[in-house]
Ligand binder design. Structure first.
Ligand code: ZN
Length: 113
């Protein structure tokens, strides 16, 4: 369960933020998940619900924001990649081995209660 360990670390990060703000509970959080990260949003949602029980995040609403993959084409600069084509520029087919964006998994915002 890949998503379970991700959910646990998200909860840890969120709890850290809450401690910094002296908040006892959070009502909602938003997470940015890159389209190229191997995370399945539905699985993450389910894992979060299960792992958040007995933490200050129990019952908090999780929103998942999908971040599209952007690669760097030698000719076209930053281009939006299509998952089914792999790491290739959709305009000219050149390899774009560097992912500029799209593999992130980070806490974007936290609504404190
Ligand atoms: Zn190109």
């Amino acid at each position: 369960m890949h998503e379970a360990s991700i959910a646990v670390s998200l909860i840890e990060v969120a709890c850290e933020v809450m401690r910094e703000h002296g908040a006892a509970r959070a009502s909602a959080l938003t997470v940015r998940v890159g389209q190229w990260s191997s995370v399945v949003p539905e699985a993450l949602n389910a894992a979060f619900e299960a792992c958040a029980e007995d933490t200050p995040l129990a019952g908090a609403a999780l929103s998942i924001e999908r971040v599209p993959g952007i690669g760097e084409c030698p000719q076209h600069g930053p281009v939006e990649l299509e998952l089914r084509r792999g790491l290739r520029c959709p305009l000219c087919g050149a390899a774009t081995p560097t992912l500029l964006q799209g593999d992130e998994l980070e806490l974007d915002s936290l609504e404190l209660a």
